[in-house]
Design a protein around this ligand. Structure first.
Ligand code: GLU
Length: 477
């Protein structure tokens, strides 16, 4: 979304970048090299559909190749354009550096309304788009590895992987050409919900630091906090579900394209999602909460945590003054414009920035890529060995208790939980949690450690740009 009187999305990202670089000691040449987008490939291709040739426009933008492969999703939306794809590719570069996934940044997009086509047509379009990108190595396990983004999911990734394998029949690492695949086609447990899970882990880490909470006047834990979620797509739905079901947060409003559902007592996210599956994604007429057709106004309701989880640019100069949430966590990419960010900062809101907050997706994508390259499921070698080891300790404790008549009884619940070896899902969650904690602490060191750094976004950029600069310095350009 381009907001009147504000810079474009790409310019907004660049302005945020420059705000951080002003506090760093980078040569102007290196600053520019890191900031600019290396290349954007535009393709227009035809597909014979419904008795005629339809032409589609797609992009794959590579922002930085300081590490390869480059990584980033493919978005399907009518609003896709070069500026947006380049902004999103830049954010991927910074995101990957911040959470230490060994990738450069890329992004793709196809101008299409996925709802306008049936499954078979979408497959033809996707395969054709993938063909165009694969033949230029813009999809390739060692060069460029796409993933899902808005409007795409496991289904599209499966078509892309299959297309790659048809065109590269002897590439043993073919499955690693794309992430976010279904489990039965080389995907990994926990990838679908990874971005939402990452938002939950990010918030948990934030709430472990009273000093950080004090910056926006919050106390206590996540439990009972009033949350507003904008966008109940894959990311927003999982974040809202996990925060309400696992952490006891109260989701008091959800916003979708036709309006908002509001309930001060807390909404049942799973129930709403089931409703949306039947209603074609609409919230109106949902019987168990108040519906308001004015979605944007619901962003301005009083709450503790606001989670924009849909499109870019939803909080801007025009509404930032009225946003009441003291804490905003950017589950979407670029939901706050540069102008909106300035207003919110001045008003004392704490913003957990996109490049950190939504990095759970690419983090688990990294695990999937590694799994594909190693050709073995995580935990397959260790799981039973670990269980046998734990059983040994339990047997010994029970033997000692009998021998010395100590009367110890280990509860069956403890025993079964302690004995359970980690499978792929547990390992993925542990890796994701560790990543989110480490990256938060890297940002927070800069945030608290430097007088001139006032917010987490600048801190995130500084951490990330320093790492990219170090990569360029050590390898040369
Ligand atoms: N599209 C997601 C993002 O914006 C995931 C990218 C990936 O997994 O490569 O971070």
């Amino acid at each position: 979304m381009n907001v009147a009187g504000e810079p474009s999305f790409r310019e907004s990202v660049d302005l945020m970048f420059k705000r951080a670089v002003a506090l760093m000691d980078l040569s102007p040449g290196l600053e520019e090299k890191i900031r600019v987008c290396n290349s954007t490939y535009t393709v227009r291709f035809g597909v014979r559909l419904r008795g005629e040739i339809k032409t589609f426009t797609g992009y794959r933008s590579v922002h930085s190749e300081h590490m390869e492969p480059v990584k980033g999703g493919i978005r399907y939306a009518l609003s896709v354009n070069q500026d947006e794809v380049e902004a999103l590719a830049a954010l991927m570069t910074y995101k990957c550096a911040l959470v230490e996934t060994p990738f450069g940044g890329s992004k793709g997009g196809l101008c299409i309304d996925p709802r306008a086509w049936d499954e078979h047509e979408l497959e033809q379009i996707t395969r054709r788009f993938a063909f165009e990108l694969i033949k230029r190595d813009l999809i390739n396990p060692s060069q460029n590895v796409p993933a899902p983004d808005m409007g795409t999911g496991e289904r599209e990734m499966a078509w892309i992987a299959d297309q790659y394998k048809r065109m590269n029949t002897t590439d043993i690492n073919g499955n690693a050409c794309v992430t976010g695949k279904p489990i039965n086609l080389g995907g990994i447990q926990g990838r679908v919900e990874a971005t939402g899970r990452g938002v939950q882990f990010a918030l948990r880490e934030f709430f472990r630091h009273p000093e950080d909470m004090a910056k926006c006047g919050l106390t206590g834990g996540i439990e009972g906090k009033r949350v507003i979620v904008q966008g109940l797509g894959n990311v927003g739905y999982h974040a809202a579900k996990f925060l309400s079901e696992d952490d006891g947060a109260k989701v008091i409003a959800v916003i979708e394209r036709d309006g908002a559902l509001i309930d001060d007592k807390g909404l049942d996210i799973e129930d709403i999602r089931q409703w949306m599956n039947k209603s074609g994604g609409l919230l109106a007429n949902y019987p168990r909460a108040t519906f308001s057709a004015d979605g944007p106004a619901a962003l301005e309701l009083a709450c503790d945590i606001l989670i924009p989880a849909a499109l870019e640019g939803v909080i801007h100069k025009g509404n930032a003054e009225r946003i009441r949430a003291p804490l905003i966590i950017e589950a979407a990419n670029g939901p706050i414009t540069f102008g909106g960010d300035e207003i919110l900062r001045r008003r004392g809101a704490v913003i957990i920035p996109d490049m950190y907050a939504n990095a759970g997706g690419v983090t688990v994508s990294y695990f999937e890529w590694v799994k594909n390259l190693s050709h073995i499921r995580f935990g397959r070698m260790q799981r039973r060995q670990e269980e046998a080891h734990h059983a040994l300790l339990i047997q010994e404790l029970e033997r000692l208790s009998d021998e010395k008549s100590l009367g110890w009884t280990l509860s069956p619940d403890f025993k079964s939980r302690y004995m359970k070896g980690a499978g792929e899902l547990e390992l993925v969650r542990s890796g994701l949690d560790d990543t989110m904690r480490s990256a938060y602490n890297a940002m927070r060191e800069v945030w608290h450690g430097r007088q001139d750094v006032e917010d987490l976004r600048v801190a995130a950029y500084i951490v990330s740009i320093s790492r990219i600069a170090a990569a360029y310095r050590s390898k040369g350009l």
